[in-house]
Design a protein around this ligand. Sequence first.
Ligand SMILES: NC(=O)c1ccc[n+]([C@@H]2O[C@H](COP(=O)([O-])OP(=O)(O)OC[C@H]3O[C@@H](n4cnc5c(N)ncnc54)[C@H](OP(=O)(O)O)[C@@H]3O)[C@@H](O)[C@H]2O)c1
Length: 279
Amino acid sequence: MGAVEKKFTFGRATAIIDARMNTSLKDKWVFITGASAGFGAEGALHFAREGANVVLGARRVERLEAVAAECEKEGASSVHFHELDVACTDSVNTFVEWLKGPTPKLDVLVNNAGGAHGMDTVAEGKDEDWEAMVESNFLGLMRVTRACLPLMVENPGSTIINIGSIAGRVAYEYGSVYCGVKAAEKSITQTLRLELNGTGVRVGTLDPGLAETEFAMVRFKGDQEKADKVYEGLDPLVAEDIAEAMVWMATRPPHVCIDEILIKCTAQAAIHKTHRTTS
Ligand SMILES: NC(=O)c1ccc[n+]([C@@H]2O[C@H](COP(=O)([O-])OP(=O)(O)OC[C@H]3O[C@@H](n4cnc5c(N)ncnc54)[C@H](OP(=O)(O)O)[C@@H]3O)[C@@H](O)[C@H]2O)c1
């Protein structure tokens, strides 16, 4: 290797190290939708530990209040929360107008609000379940992103993390609409990456497999027995596993975009193959 090449390599390495030094989330503004439970609540705590300004939205405000108190204890630079229903354009726009009070810019947006409702064949599907899934997972992500983009496009290095699912990659029986909206999330993520090319805004999808949160209880409408069956005989992912990945995605140097991450528990080799122990 010649002297010039060596110097170039060294210079580039220095530039990368410099960029890494600037990836701290201290005092950065992080907005998480669906922050009242599961991945969103745990993500909020993880960003708080990094010293970020944490902004929380969900429909259950009393839950947000509790998560906010924990975030303060964990070292957030500041914590802000407000009611948010991503299924309603007015609610999303009101939220983002309120958010512009404390901050003119966003560094991280985590589009996490959503979930599954029901588990039926297409032949037996219910309108209200289909509508709830499309409104929160799909249109909710669109509404929130549209409202937040003006706070991000002038902020190169900012990051949009969309929470997808293994279900968006491989369809399964009784999951048609949930699989469909999570597949749509992949397309939206790709479209955004194309549309934002040149702005320095990164867009990625974080796709969990089986994870124990309130997800199954919501899907089965409070039926604890059915919810427990989902995780029976295996060690599922927990919210911390996904929260760690959120922080990792958001702390890459600005020239690095994590396009996609798929995380599954070890027992889940594929959507149709999970190893379960019987007691
Ligand atoms: N757990 C899994 O196995 C798994 C796997 C792959 C992907 N995911 C995805 O991960 C995300 C988080 O799910 P989770 O597992 O953490 O489930 P969770 O514990 O049920 O949390 C869901 C969160 O979304 C919020 N939410 C739902 N509808 C909303 C709406 N219309 N407006 C605002 N917030 C809304 C809920 O808050 P409020 O009810 O207070 O509004 C709650 O904070 C979802 O997008 C889900 O599809 C989950």
